[in-house]
Design a protein around this ligand. Structure first.
Ligand code: UDP
Ligand code: MG
Length: 322
């Protein structure tokens, strides 16, 4: 394809063989009539089911479909990054493969972009078919994140969004490894607006974000956009030291008055308390330190095993400043 498509839709997929075809059908039906040229980029994030075969089949049928296959599972955010790196379209939409984000919302996103917004993110009004636990933790997390960061990260918003050409260019230049893309896009700025939608249940299979991945992702979000946990150590330190001074005063006073106050219980309590607080704070330091270590190693974000357009480049292009 020599012409620039107006829109590239990036779809990360990890073991989503049953969803690829229905997504393609609904996506083309909804978006084709409203854009001048469409490109769909599937990124297979190291699936071990038939996802790659589905993608390769679609790419043969329809030249507007391209697929990239990772060398292993590098994670959702890496898959999105690969899609953005390779997209040829002027604007770009990110959408999940599982049809939780309805493709029918995309024309609305495009309409707002044409009005002049550089970023149009889709905000979840309601979530259907997700567990009580997932909804509650997600609601809490987005609000906590907002409270402790200075970046204006919208609540209840995933990666389903449209990015205009300037935002795409700026995004491609971001060098970091630990990526919390929904936050990074907010950090970029430009003009951003929201479109509300209802999040659907998964079409097939189950979530590819088990609790462990979710917690890691949440920590990535917090550590990438806030020093609050680090400051917590300072504040706790001041409070505990203050209390200690008061207590020392009381003990000295009691001694002067000749009152002997046996202290086994209070010594145990304070040792355990201080010990616990210190370990938590060291753990928080460790979270930041581990991520710094990740950054300085400068490993590529992902490796490509194969691509449907015959591109044999294994290592992604290096980013400015890296
Ligand atoms: N995904 C991925 N790599 C992963 C985990 C997930 O590419 O390691 C994809 C997945 O196929 C889906 C999207 O990311 O298209 C969102 O994942 P999922 O639907 O499992 O997350 P949830 O909607 O449950 O938060
Ligand atoms: Mg999903």
């Amino acid at each position: 394809m020599s012409e620039t498509p107006e829109l590239t839709v990036v779809v990360p997929a990890f073991n989503e063989e049953e969803s690829i075809r229905p997504l393609y059908d609904r996506l083309t039906a909804a978006v084709d009539p409203v854009v001048e040229g469409l490109e769909i980029v599937f990124v297979d994030d190291g699936s071990h089911d038939g996802t790659w075969e589905m993608i390769a089949g679609l790419a043969k049928e329809d030249h507007r479909v391209r697929g990239i296959r990772f060398a292993r599972n590098f994670g959702h955010q890496a898959a999105l990054t690969a899609g953005v790196d390779t997209a040829r379209g002027t604007a770009l939409v990110i959408i999940d493969a599982d049809l939780q984000d309805p493709p029918e919302v995309i024309p609305e996103l495009v309409a707002r972009w044409r009005e002049g917004y550089e970023v149009v993110y889709a905000q979840r009004d309601e979530r259907e078919g997700e567990t009580w636990f997932k909804r509650a933790t997600a609601t809490l997390f987005y609000r906590l994140l907002r409270a402790i960061t200075s970046v204006d990260i919208p609540v209840d918003t995933g990666d389903f969004r449209l990015m205009g050409p300037r935002v795409v260019e700026a995004f491609r230049a971001l060098p970091e490894r630990n990526r919390f893309i929904r936050g990074l896009v907010s950090w970029l700025g430009f003009t951003q607006t929201a479109v509300r939608y209802r999040r659907q249940p998964r079409l097939a299979g189950e979530t590819k974000y088990p609790l462990k991945k979710m917690v890691r992702f949440a920590f990535d979000g917090i550590t990438s956009f806030s020093f609050f946990p680090l400051r917590l150590a300072t504040w706790t330190g001041f409070v505990v030291s203050g209390l200690a001074f008061v207590y020392i005063g009381v003990v000295i006073l009691l001694k002067a008055l000749g009152i002997n106050w046996p202290g086994y219980t209070s010594i145990m309590a304070s040792i355990l308390f201080i010990g616990g607080v210190q370990l938590i704070m060291i753990g928080i330091l460790g979270e930041y330190l581990g991520r710094i270590f990740d950054e300085v190693k400068r490993r590529p974000l992902y490796l490509v095993r194969e691509a449907t357009d015959g591109n044999t480049q294994v290592v992604p292009p290096s980013r400015p400043g890296t």
